[in-house]
Write a protein that binds this ligand. Structure first.
Ligand code: 13P
Length: 341
């Protein structure tokens, strides 16, 4: 393992004013997104859609430090034959790869899941590295419901995350460690805070036991938010304060950076929350975005699969990238959204 090289990549992934584009939707997830805009999901439509984002060169260069790809995409060429990985690198952004294989029910833990994908991972990482990946992502999923999560679920998922992270570092790939506490239900913000702290403590304990070098990773956590169906929603200030409190209590300063997932927040909430978090700085680590839905939703709506809409989709994508780039520095303002509209 070359820790100083890993640290350099991790630091570049959270560079000031830049964040990560999560474009690693599995084939079944991207089909759902395309169904919503009436587009057939084929290898070519998936390529065309992702290519339009990677060719948003100004936004990519200024605001997108890295792109998480799916197995299909890292092997695909743009319409003109240029490998998509090369397009990303030419835009000054770092290519990365999702390596987990999704979730399965966790035995004897009703309603809970475990992320799979460790078997053969060492060999797959060698392949991905040869294809240009400099970092990887593994997502663990923790749900909140009555009696859930269980310690069994937290421990098995944290153990798998640490096994993945150690294999990545052994192969000179920076692991994004993503333990996601879901926001799909009706719990309040304090329950999310309690569970998020428990999850993060468990994850960092496993990272320690499995000898993962914190200097060579990036953490991708959820923000501390109420469940989407909670009757008690929270202000951006409350989200920011409770998120920062949980992170400071659990995330060692040796971690080069934190890049949040958006998790189902609206585009503007995801931006406003990131901005409010950074306004509470200085924080022990750079704090930025690694958004999937909150960076892409507007672009998908503008695109709708039509070549004549590509420029509008690129404008929509670039706008969200710029807004989140500002939020990563605590410099976003709501009226910048209105002006663009
Ligand atoms: P969302 O921002 O849509 O939650 O996706 C981020 C991600 O990469 C989930 O693994």
């Amino acid at each position: 393992m070359n820790l100083s090289a890993l640290n350099k990549i991790a630091t570049a992934m959270v560079a000031p004013g830049r964040g990560i584009l999560a474009a690693d939707e599995s084939t079944s997830t991207i089909k759902k997104r395309f169904d919503a805009i009436g587009v057939e999901s084929t290898a070519d439509t998936r390529r065309d859609y992702r290519e339009l984002m990677f060719r948003s060169t100004d936004a990519m260069a200024k605001c997108i430090s890295g792109v998480i790809l799916y197995d299909e995409t890292i092997r695909q060429n743009a319409k003109d034959g240029t490998p998509l990985v090369k397009l990303i690198a030419q835009a000054g952004s770092i290519p990365g790869i999702k390596v987990d294989k999704g979730t399965k029910p966790l035995p004897f833990c009703p309603g809970e899941v475990i992320t799979e994908g460790l078997d053969g991972l060492r060999e797959r990482l060698v392949d991905y590295r040869s294809l240009g990946a400099k970092f990887a992502k593994w997502r663990a999923v923790i749900d909140i419901a009555p009696g859930i999560p269980s310690y069994d679920c937290l421990l098995t998922n944290a153990h798998a995350l640490a096994r993945y992270a150690a294999l990545c570092q052994e192969g000179d790939i920076v692991p994004i460690v993503e333990p996601e506490v879901l926001m799909d239900r009706d719990h309040d913000i304090d329950r999310c805070a309690t569970v998020t702290e428990w999850v993060l403590k468990t994850v960092f304990e496993q990272l320690y036991y499995q000898k993962v070098a914190l200097e060579g990773m990036v953490l991708k956590p959820n923000m501390v938010v109420p469940g989407m169906k909670s009757a008690k929603q929270a202000s951006a200030t409350e989200v920011a304060e409770k998120t920062v409190r949980a992170l400071k209590a659990c995330v060692p300063a040796a971690v080069p950076g934190i890049a949040f997932l958006s998790g189902g927040q609206s585009d503007e909430d995801a931006t406003a929350h990131l901005d409010a978090i950074n306004r509470l700085g200085p924080l022990p680590w750079p704090v930025t975005f690694s958004y999937g839905r909150a960076l892409q939703h507007a672009a998908q709506q503008a695109w709708k699969g039509k070549p004549e809409n590509v420029a509008a989709a690129q404008r929509a994508f670039s706008h969200r990238a710029r807004m989140n780039g500002l939020a990563a520095q605590g410099q976003w303002q709501a009226d910048l959204e209105r002006k663009a509209a």
